[in-house]
Design a binder for this molecule. Structure first.
Ligand SMILES: [Zn+2]
Length: 148
């Protein structure tokens, strides 16, 4: 996904963050690097053009984005925390071999879960957001994981 500098500025501004150079660079990498990058992946992708940005800065900046509601942490089980700039309601298919994390959008699944939880009448708890992690193994490493 490509995103313009103006769009990034607007995103940061809307989240109440100053659009510093570091934040702009890290956000663009977060959105641009395929499939839910780890902090290391983000760092690798920006290092050559931005040698002054350290790995620690990347970690801190990603944490700032999470706090500000601009990114989510995706806990993939083993391995490093991965980050997601997509804040809309979606689930993840996680391949334990390739470590790929694929976005899984399914309104039918969402309403099934919502209905189910409503039926269960969990007391004193309000559902805000749900994220299923569906773990599995890619059958053919050369092929893409595709939904439908
Ligand atoms: Zn995602």
């Amino acid at each position: 996904m490509e995103i313009s500098l103006d769009q990034i500025k607007e995103k940061l501004g809307n989240a109440g963050l100053k659009a510093t150079h570091q934040r702009m660079v890290v956000y663009r990498a977060l959105v641009g690097v395929k499939s839910h990058p780890s902090a290391d992946k983000v760092f690798d992708s920006i290092q050559s053009e931005n040698p002054s940005i350290t790995l620690a800065t990347v970690y801190n900046t990603l944490d700032t984005f999470v706090e500000a509601g601009l990114a989510k942490r995706v806990m993939s089980g083993k391995g490093p925390v991965r980050y997601d700039a997509r804040m809309d309601n979606h689930h993840h298919l996680i391949c334990s071999n390739t470590k790929e994390i694929i976005d899984f959008y399914d309104e039918e699944l969402n309403s099934l879960i919502r209905d189910y939880l409503q039926k269960k009448r969990i007391q004193n708890f309000e559902l805000a957001d749900m994220q299923l992690h569906i773990r599995g193994e890619k059958l053919n490493p050369n092929k893409e994981i595709r939904i439908k």
